[in-house]
Ligand binder design. Structure first.
Ligand SMILES: [Zn+2]
Length: 301
């Protein structure tokens, strides 16, 4: 099976629902079949070409069962196109753009994108290591006259960035904070950064007070940001991406956008493999019950 794919290859390959289902068949069962009910590894032909029936218990399983593609409200070929666009486009897409381009209602695009975002979360679990710069930022509440550090409309976020030896940026990580007090910030750092990493922060009083909690923790004067260039670049990139691609982002969904940004940034050198990676992840995640998603009916693009 191919790994990398560009837009032309994609549009030539995934021309109809059948091709998409065949691709999923390979993803799901090419390494061997195992019945979801009884674990038996022997199967026979199922109800359609895209089902397999267990020889032991007779359970007839669809290729989309227990995957994010199950019960979607659009043809599979459109879902594939959405996954491809989300994976391939450098900055991602808002669900308004996505819905228009694929020809589905924005609500359908939004629901599906939420599921894709949910699996992106799993892609960013690795802790940062080596030299790591840490800072905090406020996100959201873009309206004029709303510039303070109030957490009513804005969200507090911890940002961690790996600095590589060649001067480049490694992986990034983000985490929402309850407030800017030392305990919340300390746990966020422990969550995102390996204990052995060399951590550098500015001289905010919360950082000064947590120094002894880490082996290798250094505070530096910010010098108007010049000591933390890569970190501040990331903060700017993230905020611009949020504003530019998604226009608005409610506090409730901020974590999903942070996961998406992290996934995109940390996998930036393997963009043409992302479609394959994403479909694989979508195949191994059980569907979110529609009823739960329906509760989240606050639209976010
Ligand atoms: Zn079985």
């Amino acid at each position: 099976m191919f790994k990398g794919i560009n837009a032309i290859q994609f549009s030539r390959k995934f021309v109809n629902n059948e091709v998409c289902y065949e691709y999923l068949m390979k993803k799901k069962w090419s390494k061997g079949y195992s019945c979801s009910w009884c674990g038996c590894t022997r199967s026979k032909k199922g109800r359609t070409c895209y089902h397999l029936r267990c020889k032991e218990c007779g359970y007839d399983e669809s290729v989309t069962a227990n995957t994010v593609f199950h019960g979607i409200k659009m043809p599979i070929v459109k879902a594939f196109y959405m996954v491809f666009r989300l994976a391939a486009k450098k900055k991602g897409m808002s669900t308004v753009e996505l819905g228009t381009e694929v020809g589905v209602q924005q609500k359908t695009a939004w629901l599906f994108k939420r599921k894709v975002q949910a699996v992106l979360k799993e892609g960013g679990k690795d802790k940062l290591t080596g030299a790591v710069d840490v800072d905090e930022m406020l996100v959201g509440g873009y309206s004029a006259g709303n510039k303070g550090r109030s957490l009513e409309t804005k969200s507090a976020v911890m940002v961690c960035v790996e600095k590589l030896e060649d001067g480049k940026t490694g992986n990034v990580n983000f985490s929402e904070l309850e407030n800017f007090e030392a305990p919340a910030m300390k746990y966020a750092i422990k969550d995102m950064v390996e204990p052995a990493a060399h951590i550098q922060t500015d001289q905010h009083k919360s950082y000064e007070s947590m120094k002894q909690e880490f082996d290798n923790f250094e505070t530096l004067p910010s010098e108007k940001g010049s000591n933390f260039e890569q970190l501040h670049k990331q903060i700017m990139l993230f905020k611009n991406w949020l504003r530019g691609t998604h226009h608005k982002c409610s506090k409730k969904h901020l974590h999903a956008y942070m996961d998406e940004y992290k996934y995109r940034f940390n996998k930036r050198n393997m963009r043409k493999w992302l479609f394959n990676d994403l479909v694989g992840r979508l195949m191994h995640n059980a569907p979110h019950p529609y009823s739960v998603l329906k509760v989240l009916s606050v639209y976010s693009t």
